[in-house]
Design a protein around this ligand. Structure first.
Ligand SMILES: [Zn+2]
Length: 109
């Protein structure tokens, strides 16, 4: 359950997280003013849970190609103050996205 250790001091939490369904994106605003929209499909493909990534090898075991391109967010919840849990429309809800992970995604691409 708690394979990813909390890294709250590694990355401050976002100040705003907003769904943008018409763009199939999640908009995240950080305390330094950076605002980025992450594509939901990319976010879904980046899930780091034990069903998606082999915990020992770090290898992605989920079939990313087979993901629903129209995947949507059914629900969002905060986990402590270090991560976001996303309940996806395809039923997947075991993944946590730590702030550090989200920040990395916002800085990439
Ligand atoms: Zn997953």
């Amino acid at each position: 359950m708690n394979a990813n250790s909390p890294a709250s001091d590694e990355c401050p939490p976002p100040v705003r997280i907003e769904r943008v369904p018409q763009e199939r994106a999640l908009e995240i605003e950080w305390s330094d003013g950076r605002v980025r929209r992450l594509a939901l499909l990319g976010l879904r493909a980046e899930c780091m849970c034990a069903r998606c990534v082999d915990e020992l090898t770090g290898e992605r075991i989920a079939d990313v190609e087979g993901l629903d391109p129209d995947v949507a967010i059914r629900d969002l919840s905060l986990v402590g103050n270090y991560a976001l849990k996303i309940h996806w429309s395809d039923g997947h809800d075991t993944g946590l996205y730590t702030w550090a992970h989200l920040r990395r995604l916002c800085e990439g691409g």
